[in-house]
Design a protein around this ligand. Structure first.
Ligand code: UTP
Length: 290
C-alpha cells in the first residue's frame, strides 16, 4: 500500500484586508470580487472540488459575512425565482453539503502563515491544500487537480512554481531550483520577497500548496518575516530536506486578481472566451483599441 496519505482537506485563507483593492474592498471581501459573473472564491472552491477535495475550510475575519452567505441557501432568492419559473441551476450548485464549509476565524491579519495555522485543529494530522482565491488559475484540468496527480507520485510537499519577469522577483516567494522532471522541480530553498538582484531564479510560488501537517507544528512558534508578517513560506521552507519538496509548473493561465491590472485582465480574458458574451465584448474591445 502507498505511504502517501490521501489529500482530503483544503484551506482557503480569506481574512486579508485587501488594501491593494481599496475602495472596493472597504466593506466587501476581496474574494467576492467577480470575474465576469462568479466571485473569485467560487472559482477556487470549484478548483478544489474538481481535484477531489472533500472538506473546505475557510479562514475568515470580520466583515467577511458575504462569503458565508454565498455558500448558503438564499431562501428569498430561491423562493422568488421558483415562483417566477426561473432555473436555479446557477445558484443551487454553489451550496455545499450541510456542515461544510468549516469556518475558522483569524482575529488579526498577522500574515498568511498565521491564517493557515488558524485552521490547525480542523486540518489535524493530514496533508492539506492551501488555495489563495485572489490567484485565479484557469486550466484543464485545474491547477490543484494537476498538482494532486503529481502528489500521488512524489508525496511530501508541493507548491506552485511559475516563471515571472526577473524584475518582479522581489514581490513573491522565490524557489531555488534543483533537478527538473517535466512539470516538477525539486525545491532546494524558498525565500519570501528576496531583495532585487538576489533571487536564485525567477520561479515564483503562486497561491497553490499541498503541505504536510508538520508545517503546523513549525507555525506553533512563528517568526515574523518579510513585511513584518508571519509568512507561510518561512515555515514550509523548514521542511525542505526533511520531506520531499517540489515545485509544480501549471499548464494553464494565472491571473493575479489581488492586483487591479491582473483583475481586469482576468475579466477580459474570461469574457472573451465565453460563447454568450465573447463576440460583443470582442467587438467593443476592438473599437476601443482601433
Ligand atoms: P495578500 O498578500 O493578497 O494580502 O494575501 P491581502 O491583505 O489580502 O491584500 P493586500 O495585499 O492588502 O491588498 C493573500 C491571501 O492570504 C489571505 C488573504 O485573504 C488572501 O487570500 N490572508 C493574508 C489572510 O487570510 N490573513 C492574513 O493575515 C494575510
Amino acid at each position: 500500500m502507498s505511504s502517501i496519505k490521501p489529500l482530503r482537506k483544503a484551506v482557503f485563507p480569506v481574512a486579508g484586508l485587501g488594501t491593494r483593492f481599496l475602495p472596493a474592498t472597504k466593506s466587501m471581501p476581496k474574494e467576492m470580487l467577480t470575474v465576469v459573473d462568479k466571485p473569485l472564491i467560487q472559482y477556487a472552491v470549484e478548483e478544489a472540488l474538481e481535484a477531489g477535495i472533500e472538506q473546505i475550510i475557510f479562514v475568515t475575519g470580520r466583515g467577511k459575512g458575504a462569503l458565508e452567505d454565498h455558500f448558503d441557501i438564499s431562501y428569498e432568492l430561491e423562493a422568488t425565482m421558483k415562483a417566477r419559473g426561473k432555473s436555479l441551476a446557477l445558484i443551487e450548485n454553489i451550496r455545499q453539503t450541510p456542515g461544510s464549509p468549516v469556518y475558522v476565524r483569524q482575529q488579526e491579519p498577522l500574515g498568511l502563515g498565521h491564517a493557515v495555522w488558524c485552521a490547525r485543529e480542523i486540518v489535524g494530522d493530514e496533508p492539506f491544500a492551501v488555495l489563495l482565491p485572489d490567484e485565479l488559475m484557469v486550466g484543464t484540468p485545474g491547477f490543484l487537480a494537476q498538482m494532486v496527480e503529481a502528489y500521488h507520485r512524489v508525496g511530501g510537499n508541493l507548491i506552485g512554481a511559475l516563471e515571472v519577469a526577473p524584475e518582479e522577483t522581489d514581490k513573491y516567494g522565490i524557489i531555488t531550483p534543483g533537478a527538473v522532471d517535466g512539470p516538477l522541480t525539486e525545491v532546494l530553498e524558498v525565500i519570501e520577497k528576496p531583495k532585487q538582484g538576489t533571487a536564485k531564479s525567477n520561479l515564483m510560488t503562486p497561491g497553490r500548496y499541498i503541505l504536510q501537517p508538520e508545517v503546523m507544528k513549525i507555525l506553533d512558534n512563528p517568526v515574523k518575516g518579510a513585511g513584518g508578517e508571519i509568512q507561510l513560506t518561512d515555515a514550509m521552507a523548514q521542511l525542505i530536506g526533511k520531506q520531499p519538496f517540489h515545485g509544480y509548473t501549471f499548464a494553464g493561465d494565472r491571473y493575479d486578481c489581488g492586483d487591479k491590472a491582473g483583475f481586469i485582465q482576468a475579466n477580459l480574458a474570461l469574457a472573451l472566451a465565453r460563447e454568450d458574451i465573447g463576440p460583443s465584448v470582442r467587438a467593443f474591445a476592438q473599437t476601443l483599441l482601433s
